[in-house]
Design a protein around this ligand. Structure first.
Ligand code: AMP
Ligand code: MG
Length: 422
């Protein structure tokens, strides 16, 4: 049973005014209960979904011992090292992929063979064609191969009855190919997670309308849409709303009645949050946190009726960072994923000096490349949390820990690659 929000928020070390990134993520993960509804779909439609069953192999893959090369199949015991570098053998037939040689190779006999073709009876090794010559004396098989070389064994990929793919795993392009290789055309997956989202802010306008002074186009709904789509969710765009309790209450109620998850952006910073706080206290149980991170300091998490709620900050970069650091893994858990892990950190040498104050974790946008002495990373200019172009140029976050202050060029820093949703 997942814990309740109230239980967790009563822990001794719970401090909403200074919440470390790891702690917030850990807290959220304890409250989540994965989806249970499933559906059977064609394997192509399962791409990007989460398997709701173990896929058990109904056959051996490959079904026969076969050749890994174009070349010559022979019996290794027949090579004669006393005659020089190669042993002359007699060609008795050909084995094509899908058209095997049906005879048995006898002593000193070999069979022309192609990649994927069934190993003929009597043969155990394949010499690649580039190393073999054929003349009037026969087929000259090199003597230096190991027994069994270039031969693929029956069942070496999968054996009958083995679990080919685990329940809870992401159905990737490789998984799609693997189940196809087993002759399976349909699989059971979890229902798509329905995620409703909306933006709040008096200054926001939709595409296609004229901007007045101080107004901006709502971009967060688009980045959120993009990340949800790429995370395999069903996005439900509820639009943008002015900072007025009645408008927002209606949006929350509509979202909670149709979706598993609600994501909002804006309106969680100090000053703005007050009326949202009061309203959400009516509708559910929601906690407002100051996360010790930059960008993305204010964030809300909780439940509105039965839906999980993530209140992300308004700044466009902060939206993406908090989604990546918190929402993404929470969605994976709710989707039924058991194999999800945040992308691993790698060490890279910083190419430019970086300013930072100790006290919170910073996720600066960077470009990671391979230099002559390993990974190198450059930050993408101005790191303001409203500068969305920094996200479009970046391929990673440079993650600077809480205790770190400014960092000089040449220092090894932690880098987290963008993966999946960006
Ligand atoms: P807030 O968190 O509501 O105080 O917003 C912080 C900053 O993000 C402000 O400059 C807002 O104009 C901007 N912002 C908020 N929501 C959006 C949005 N949906 N699209 C683009 N910018 C936004
Ligand atoms: Mg606002």
């Amino acid at each position: 049973m997942p814990a309740t929000i109230r239980e967790l928020s009563c822990a001794d070390d719970y401090d909403p005014n200074s919440m470390p990134v790891d702690k917030a993520r850990d807290f959220i993960s304890k409250v989540l209960a994965p989806i249970t509804a499933t559906e059977r779909v064609n394997i192509r439609a399962a791409l990007g979904r989460v398997l709701a069953e173990d896929i058990v192999s109904p056959l051996d893959v490959p079904g026969h011992d076969n050749s890994a090369m174009d070349g010559w199949a022979y019996r290794h015991a027949d090579v004669d090292v006393t005659v020089g570098a190669a042993t002359p053998m007699k060609r008795v037939g050909t084995s094509f992929a899908g058209k095997p040689y049906l005879g048995t190779a006898g002593r000193g006999e070999c069979v022309r063979i192609f990649t994927g073709a069934v190993m003929p009876e009597g043969c155990d090794t394949v010499a690649m064609q580039e190393r073999v010559t054929e003349d009037s004396a026969g087929v000259h098989i090199p003597n230096d191969l190991k027994a069994g070389q270039n031969r693929r064994f029956r069942g070496e990929d999968l054996k009958t009855g083995a679990i080919a793919l685990k329940k809870g795993s992401l159905f990737s392009a490789a998984a799609l190919g693997l189940v196809a290789s087993l002759g399976i055309g349909e699989v059971s997956v979890y229902r798509k997670l329905r995620v409703a989202f909306f933006s709040t802010g008096d200054e926001l306008k939709g595409i296609g309308t004229q901007l007045g002074v101080g107004e901006i186009y709502d971009s967060n709904r688009y980045t959120i849409y993009g990340m949800l789509e790429r995370a395999g969710c069903e996005p439900i765009d509820l639009g943008n709303f002015i900072d007025a309790p009645d408008a927002i209450r209606g949006a929350f109620l509509q979202a909670a009645s149709t979706a598993d998850v609600i994501i909002t952006s804006g309106g969680v910073s100090v000053g703005e949050a007050d009326f949202i706080k009061t309203m959400l206290a009516e509708l559910g149980e929601v906690l407002f946190w100051k996360i010790a991170m930059k960008p993305g300091r204010p964030m809300a998490y909780g439940k509105v009726q039965n839906a999980h709620f993530f209140g992300l900050p308004g700044n466009p970069v902060a939206v993406m960072v908090t989604f990546y650091q918190f929402v993404r893994s929470a969605l994976a858990t709710l989707q039924g994923r058991t194999d999800y892990a945040l992308p691993p950190m790698v060490k890279a040498t910083l190419q430019n000096k970086v300013k930072k104050l100790p006290g919170r974790t910073e996720f600066q946008r960077g470009v990671l490349t391979m230099g002559t002495n390993g990974y190198e990373v450059k930050t993408t200019g101005d790191q303001g949390s409203g500068i969305l172009s920094s996200m479009t140029q970046a391929n990673c976050f440079v993650v600077l820990g809480t205790d770190v202050g400014g960092v000089e060029a040449g220092t090894a820093v932690d880098v987290q690659m963008f993966e999946g949703v960006m």
